[in-house]
Design a protein around this ligand. Structure first.
Ligand code: SF4
Length: 83
């Protein structure tokens, strides 16, 4: 199975493991981190274009903040990612 090369150090994945997030989050992981949309992950693209320091911890693979969180404090690159 192919998995994202950033999986081990990805804050999204690690936060989800830590908090045992909802099924919808597991769905994201199956589609992006371990699935066909991996190369569409906004986190991955931001990391490759600007470095991981601009990728917010609470950004989901689709570029939106985790439910219950906001874009407060996000870098300008994260606020306007190339999709
Ligand atoms: S969220 Fe994106 S960067 Fe993180 S492991 Fe999944 S596909 Fe990779």
């Amino acid at each position: 199975m192919t998995v994202c090369k950033n999986l081990a150090g990805c804050a999204f994945v690690n936060c989800c493991k830590e908090y045992d997030k909802a099924n919808s989050i597991q769905g994201f992981m199956n589609i992006y981190c371990k699935g066909s949309k991996m190369n569409s992950c906004v986190r991955l693209k931001l990391c490759e274009s600007h470095g991981k320091q601009v990728v917010p911890k609470n950004m989901m693979p689709n570029g939106y903040p985790l439910p219950g969180t906001s874009k407060s404090g996000w870098s300008k690159e994260a606020l306007n990612p190339r999709k």
